[in-house]
Design a protein around this ligand. Structure first.
Ligand SMILES: Cc1cc2nc3c(=O)[nH]c(=O)nc-3n(C[C@H](O)[C@H](O)[C@H](O)COP(=O)(O)OP(=O)(O)OC[C@H]3O[C@@H](n4cnc5c(N)ncnc54)[C@H](O)[C@@H]3O)c2cc1C
Length: 254
């Protein structure tokens, strides 16, 4: 496939590449960051994703999309995968794939849900569950580029234990001037949290976001229902629909 694509003159991002797992770390009891080495990786922008292809010995193959968790870094591509218990691909990536194993990866994919570090506009990131992954790539890219763009992240997770990148986000919120982080918990809150568990609502976007007058670039990512609810809130609050970019992680068809 890769040879055919190259000789056919297809864009490099359409080529399937061998990706070797070089390290991993657990973010939560059910989510793992996998770092791959991908020779000839063409680079990517924060917010883009890749297609992952697994092929069994009998030739059966299947593909899924995963957001890239880090800014461009040579041949390294990091993904954070949430376990879907009865899923086909995520249990394999989390429970079976070992350091040194090779899978196939294609990308980067997507040119709309991206943040460019030269853009000085304020940014509002709203993520639900694993939807934090491409938003974290933007936060990391902001730091790497020394950008002064003002960032606000609203992160909804089921429980405190389900938060990805918890220590890093705490450090970033403390050390990265112009980055504010707020949390919403849908099932269980930390001890002493002032509000009960609940879904993210208008008040959270009002308090943790930017007023529409600031004309922030808004990036919303997570399960389909979450993304649609948050996009509706942003539009109802007066944000310009053209500045509200969304990425849905749900299975196809939802
Ligand atoms: C652009 C894009 C980026 C994505 N980025 C990430 C990412 O960074 N991290 C990540 O963990 N996932 C991400 N996903 C979701 C990912 O592509 C898979 O859908 C997910 O890993 C489940 O695949 P699976 O093969 O394990 O489950 P499947 O075999 O596809 O599904 C098994 C069962 O789980 C349900 N299901 C499938 N997907 C989900 C889901 N996302 N949430 C809840 N139930 C589901 C199905 O309806 C089915 O009942 C992304 C999806 C898209 C479209």
């Amino acid at each position: 496939m890769a040879r055919a694509a190259v000789s056919g003159g297809l864009s490099p991002r359409l080529v399937w590449r061998a990706a070797r797992l070089v390290e991993f770390r657990d973010e939560t009891p059910s989510a793992r960051t996998l770092v791959f080495d991908v020779p000839d990786w063409p680079g990517h922008l924060p917010g883009q994703h890749v297609d992952v292809r697994l092929t069994a010995e009998d030739g059966y193959s299947t593909e899924r999309s995963y957001s890239i968790a880090t800014p461009a870094d040579g041949t390294r591509v990091a993904l954070t995968v949430q376990l879907v218990e009865d899923g086909e691909v995520s249990p394999y990536l989390i429970e079976t794939l070992s350091v040194g194993d090779v899978i196939e990866l294609r990308g980067p994919v997507g040119g709309w849900f991206v943040w460019r570090s030269a853009d000085p506009a304020p940014v509002l990131l709203i993520g639900g569950g694993s939807g934090i992954v491409p938003l974290m790539a933007m936060i990391r890219a902001r730091r790497a580029a020394g950008s002064k763009a003002l960032f606000r992240l609203i992160y909804s997770s089921r429980t405190p234990e389900d938060r990805y990148y918890a220590d890093e986000l705490r450090t970033r919120a403390r050390d990265d001037f112009g980055l504010d982080v707020s949390y919403v918990y849908t099932r269980k809150t930390p001890e002493g949290w002032p509000l009960p568990p609940r879904r993210l609502g208008v008040a959270d976007v009002n308090n943790g976001g930017w007023p529409p007058d600031f004309q922030p670039a808004c990036f919303v990512c997570g399960p389909t229902g979450f993304v649609e609810a948050v996009a509706d809130i942003l539009i109802a609050l007066g944000h310009d629909a053209r500045r509200v970019k969304t990425e849905r992680f749900g299975p196809s068809g939802t």
